[in-house]
Every structure is written in C-alpha cells, then in structure tokens.
Ligand binder design. Structure first.
Ligand code: BMA
Length: 319
C-alpha cells in the first residue's frame, strides 16, 4: 500500500485549464504569425496580459488582452500596444519579447522587463506604465546576451532587485545560470551575483536555465519558477522547476527542486513553431492560488492553475 506521503509527492502541482490553449493566433485581430509568452498582472478588476505577438517578418511586439475571470472572454486590442522603436532605441531593432510585469508598490506603477533583440543578441530593457497605454522606456539595462529577467515588487535596503540570465563565456562550454543584481533607480544595475546555477549532464535543468514568471511573495520566502532547457538530439525541452529565496535577502536560496514540476505534454505544448516548450512569463496570485500563463510551443498561450502552499510543501518534502 502506498503511504499518504507518497500520494502527496505524486500529486501534480500545476493543472492545465480544460480550454487550453486559451489564446491562439486566430484570436489576434490583425495579421501575424504567433502569439505566446505573455506577462500578466491584475489591472482594476481584470486580468491583463501583455502578449508577445510575432509578425510575419519574424519581429515581435506586445499586445494587451484583458479578461474578467482570467481564463476566457479575452478582449484583445485591435492593434499592437507596445512596439519596437529602433530609431530611438536601436537595441529593439529585431523586436521586443517575453515581458515580465511587476507592480512596484513604492512607485505605484508597473514595470515591464522585456527582451530587446539587438544586433548583438538579446538584452534586458525596462519600461514603466500606469495605464498600459503610454510606456516610459528606461532603455537597455543589461548588456547582451541577457534575458529572462523580472523585478521584485519591493526594495531591499533601498535598492531594487532584478533576477536575470546572462549567457557569459563559461569554461569549458556555454552555461547559463540565473543571476541577481541591484539598483538604486531601476536604470543603473550592479552588485551582480549568481543566484543559482544550471546543473550538468543528464539533468532536466542542465546547462541552460532562466527565470519563468516574476517571483511570488509567500510566508516562507520568494517562490521562483524557473525553466530548464534540456538539450536533446531533437532540440531543447523547456520544463519548469521551483526555488525559494529568503524574504529579506533574496540572494539566499533556501530550497530548490531536484525534479521538474511541469513539462510539455499536450499536443499544443509539443507541436508548434518550436516543439516542446512551456514558457511562463506571467503569474496572477489570488491568496494561495495562482494562474500561470505560459507560451506553448512558441505558438499559443495556455494557463495552468496551482496552489502556493502545495508548492512550498513539496519543496520541503524534496529537502
Ligand atoms: C527562449 C526564448 C523564448 C522562447 C524559448 C523557446 O530562449 O527565446 O522566447 O519561447 O526560447 O523557443
């Protein structure tokens, strides 16, 4: 007979919504190639998504969608909301991608941390907004190659903190780890340090990892969802794992999962422009429940629900 502990461990932590994928290219009111990796936030009484839309040149921009229940009846803007401005911001020449949204409590504004695709590779840029109509750009804040970045909603000792993922030259082969940096003003960043490392060999999170959605504040620490991109002969598999950071000092990793908690499994996650990708950029927290919005196979947007307490318990059980 299985023990109740075993049962707990076997339980899935994230549950796909039955109507997945919730937004596909057919829902976009203008001609484009794909809609995927979306940032998410609560805006008034609605869930707002800032969706990455890739046009038929291959260049991405961001478009707003909102919904009362965060699952269905999405109202999608009939034109792009936040578009690359390569004349003033040359680092956006090949598009803007993968936004992560954080409401900055001290400023009463949202910060959007996004990937600007420059001629020297992807880098991290930040913009602020208070209405998701007008965006104030702070420009490029991290050099290429760098992506998978998001801010914490509060300051630590008077400084903002950002998680990001540079791809430096590592010996003996490329290895991309998750880093954390600090800033007094959101524009100038320093005190860079590795937060947690990619594993190696056969692990699901070997060689290349990156932040998924922005960190979630919980009673036990900052809960971080991250992706691991396992290299296989038929390409990479993007899966998700968990880490927990100290509430007062987010440079301290309290726990990290050994096993992944979510992996491409359904057809819409397995087949698309890029096969085998589940790539969350947005999360909505309501009490202990979360809605996790993820790009599926770089082709559509899907949502999975989860319970923060179960995730914390599972992390503890993993040791
Ligand atoms: C990552 C990013 C994501 C993308 C993923 C899978 O490196 O470029 O935008 O969804 O690869 O292709």
């Amino acid at each position: 007979m299985k023990s109740s502990k075993n049962k707990k461990i076997k339980q899935e932590l994230l549950h796909r919504h039955s109507a997945n994928p919730i937004i596909t290219i057919k829902d976009i009111p203008y001609r484009s190639n794909a809609v995927f990796n979306a940032g998410a936030t609560l805006f008034g009484d609605k869930t707002l998504l800032l969706m990455r839309v890739e046009d038929r040149r291959g260049i991405s921009h961001l478009t707003v969608a909102h919904s009362k229940n965060g699952l269905s009846e999405w109202k999608i803007a009939d034109r792009p909301t936040f578009v690359p401005e390569p004349i003033q911001y040359p680092e956006e020449v090949w598009g803007i991608e993968d936004p992560r949204i954080t409401f900055l409590e001290d400023l009463g504004k949202w910060a959007i941390v996004y990937t600007a695709y420059s001629e020297n590779g992807p880098l991290v840029s930040i913009a602020r907004t208070d209405d998701f109509k007008i965006f104030e750009r702070l420009g490029a804040v991290m050099l290429p190659t760098n992506k998978d970045a998001a801010l914490f909603p509060i300051q630590f000792g008077g400084r903002w903190a950002m998680i990001h993922r540079p791809v430096p030259f590592s010996y003996p082969s490329i290895r991309a780890d998750v880093w954390i940096s600090f800033s007094p003003d959101l524009k100038h960043w320093g005190d860079h340090q590795i937060l947690f490392k990619a594993r190696s060999g056969a692990w699901w999170d070997a060689q290349k990892i990156g932040l998924a959605s922005p960190p979630l504040k919980t009673s036990e620490g900052w809960l971080v969802l991250y992706h691991g991109a396992k290299q296989t002969v038929s390409g990479e598999i993007y899966r998700l794992g968990l880490a927990l950071l100290d509430l007062n000092d987010p440079t301290k990793v309290i726990r990290r999962s050994d096993e992944w908690i979510f992996s491409p499994q359904e057809d819409y996650e397995r087949v698309g422009d890029v096969f085998n990708v589940a790539f969350p950029c947005g999360v909505i927290q309501k009490g202990e429940k979360i809605n996790l919005y993820y790009g599926a196979a770089d082709s559509s947007i899907a949502v999975a629900t989860g319970d923060i307490n179960q995730m914390l318990l599972w992390l503890k059980e993993q040791g």
